[in-house]
Design a protein. Structure first.
Length: 274
């Protein structure tokens, strides 16, 4: 089993259009994608950082979300919004063979669900498709797995090549470097990650998945928020701000983090989805 990296972060918000505009102005990230999960009751805006992306997700039909029990992301977002909070509801790890990975995890005792298909209609009318496998989701729970269908204007070869060189308004390319999660019991959460998605944390509650780091931090107080670390090109100024229940840190680009023993952390060799 080889996980390719953090696929996307899911941030629940009350108004996707307004919050995308606010965050674009604050962070200098272009929200160029998004659409509606028509049968699932949610909508989103996306900011791509190469093949990793930030998803702002909102609810347009509460009844549809509650009836779409297979769409665990929508329910996780709704639970956060119902609690009166915006913020990181969950996140996804990318795989290029979700059927085999989910089967192996389940054979090893993971409670992760069987892979299920999902889709979203873009503003241009194109339908984007993927397959996900969900455990129980939440801000302090293990992430889910996803495999995209690599076709069309969002995940075809041309689209991915353009994203690799895309310059955000902040002044250049930006990549997600690390995700730091405040949790009540780092040992217990690390054990859950290993049991559910096969991610093993080293001493200090630090894991490397693809080109990104995941760190579990002992929460000092309930007000502690997740930290998203970006690496920008040299001309992108440093940034440290809290918005939407997340602390956003942008730093100059550093060396790429590579998984030990991996010949490449690039996603260019990913197999197409089904």
């Amino acid at each position: 089993m080889t996980l390719l990296g953090i696929d996307h972060l899911v941030v629940a918000v009350t108004d996707v259009e307004q919050k995308a505009a606010d965050l674009e102005a604050e962070l200098g990230l272009a929200f160029t994608g998004g659409g509606r999960h028509e049968t699932m009751g949610t909508c989103n805006r996306l900011a791509f950082l190469g093949d990793t992306y930030l998803e702002l997700i909102g609810v347009f039909n509460r009844a549809l979300v509650l009836s779409s029990t297979a769409f665990a992301v929508g329910n996780a977002a709704l639970a956060m919004l119902d609690a009166g909070r915006e913020g990181l509801a969950t996140y996804a790890l990318a795989t290029d063979d979700i059927a085999a990975d989910a089967w192996q995890l389940r054979a090893d005792g993971s409670p992760i669900g069987e892979p299920v298909s999902g889709s979203r209609r873009r503003a241009d009318g194109e339908t984007v498709r993927w397959i996900s496998a969900f455990p129980a989701l939440g801000p302090q729970r293990a992430p889910f797995l996803i495999e995209h269908e690599h076709t069309g204007a969002e995940w075809g070869d041309d689209a991915r090549a353009a994203r690799a060189v895309f310059r955000h308004p902040v002044g250049g390319r930006v990549r997600l470097a690390a995700l730091e999660l405040p949790v009540g019991d780092p040992d217990a959460v690390a054990a859950e990650y290993l049991a559910v998605v096969g991610v093993r944390f080293a001493k200090g509650h630090h894991a490397v998945v693809g080109e990104q780091e995941i760190r579990l931090l002992a929460a000092a107080q309930p007000a502690d928020v997740p930290v998203v670390r970006f690496a920008g090109e040299a001309e992108a100024p440093p940034l440290d701000t809290v918005r939407l229940g997340v602390r956003w840190l942008r730093e100059p680009a550093g060396p790429t983090v590579a998984r030990p023993g991996s010949p490449s952390t690039s996603r260019s060799g990913r197999r197409a989805g089904t």
